[in-house]
Design a protein around this ligand. Structure first.
Ligand SMILES: [Zn+2]
Length: 280
């Protein structure tokens, strides 16, 4: 039995907010470097840069992208984290040399923060290596005792890094996102399909205006943008207390994917628990 059974819904909808043109669904092909030949069951990210290629969906030219699949952050190299936080999604794009289309590349990435004791693995939904990851991912638990998480895309990776950077509990943050999103959609139904990221599009102006906020990312007319919702600390603390009984019952697997679906499970569970208490 896999450690991950049931943790990622098989046909989970990809939570990307990229436009169709930007989002290339076909799997990226790894260059046939000697390292790839040696792979047996699972791909273990290495430190060096790798080259990825894909065919431009607009003009058919080959788009080449160079990226890293392994990030290890320590006290002395915080710039790696800063680069990921500031550039985020842009680090995973390349422009078509012929027509200029900006294409996104999605590939597995491991992020380890030695100081924060974090081990986050980005496995894109539907990636050819996904099954191997779910079958053999335990091998990636290279730092026992670290908090492990699974994420589906780079926006979710940046979100997790920011949440843990602020010393917050990502389970609480995910529940807050769902609840605040519900409030937002009551008055602005056009945001119903927006994804939500903690402090997405973080800017100095945003920081001046709000202590703590959630940004709901959306795409309109081919542009990525966000709407900001305040996350007051008393709201966060209230949710943390209220959901304690549910969180205690929800088992956290290795590389648990704490996302919107996870938050809905927590909300269902707390309803059940409260109902059974009321019936006693
Ligand atoms: Zn092109």
């Amino acid at each position: 039995m896999s450690l991950f059974d049931g943790f990622r819904k098989k046909n989970k909808e990809h939570s990307s907010i990229m436009s169709k043109e930007q989002l290339i669904e076909t799997p990226v092909s790894l260059d046939n470097s000697p390292n790839d030949e040696q792979l047996n069951d699972i791909f273990i990210p290495q430190n060096e840069e790798k080259t990825f290629k894909q065919t431009c969906p607009k003009c058919g030219a080959t788009i080449v992208h160079t990226g890293r699949q392994f990030y290890e952050v320590s006290k002395s190299n915080q710039h790696i984290k800063e680069k990921l936080l500031s550039e985020g999604h842009d680090l995973f794009t390349s422009q078509c040399p012929k027509c200029g289309l900006v294409a996104s590349f999605s590939y597995p990435v491991q992020y380890i923060d030695l100081e924060k004791e974090l081990n986050i693995y980005l496995m894109p939904v539907g990636h050819p290596d996904e099954k191997n990851f779910f079958d053999n991912g335990a091998i990636l638990d290279s730092h026992p005792g670290f908090t492990t998480r699974l994420v589906a895309d780079v926006d979710a990776l940046v979100d997790k890094i920011r949440v843990f950077e602020e010393g917050l509990d990502d389970r609480v943050v995910e529940v807050c996102k769902v609840l605040k999103w519900g409030d937002l959609c009551e008055t602005k139904p056009e945001y119903a399909n927006a994804n939500c990221y903690y402090q997405w599009f973080l800017s100095p102006e945003n920081h001046k205006e709000y202590d703590n906020f959630i940004a709901y990312g959306y795409e309109m007319n081919g542009k990525r943008d966000s709407i900001i919702i305040e996350l007051p600390s008393d709201f966060y603390e209230g949710i943390k207390q209220f959901f304690k009984p549910a969180f205690l019952q929800m088992q956290m697997g290795l590389f648990e994917e704490v996302d919107k679906s996870w938050a809905y499970e927590a909300i269902d569970l707390i309803k059940q628990l409260n109902n059974s208490n009321a019936n006693k």
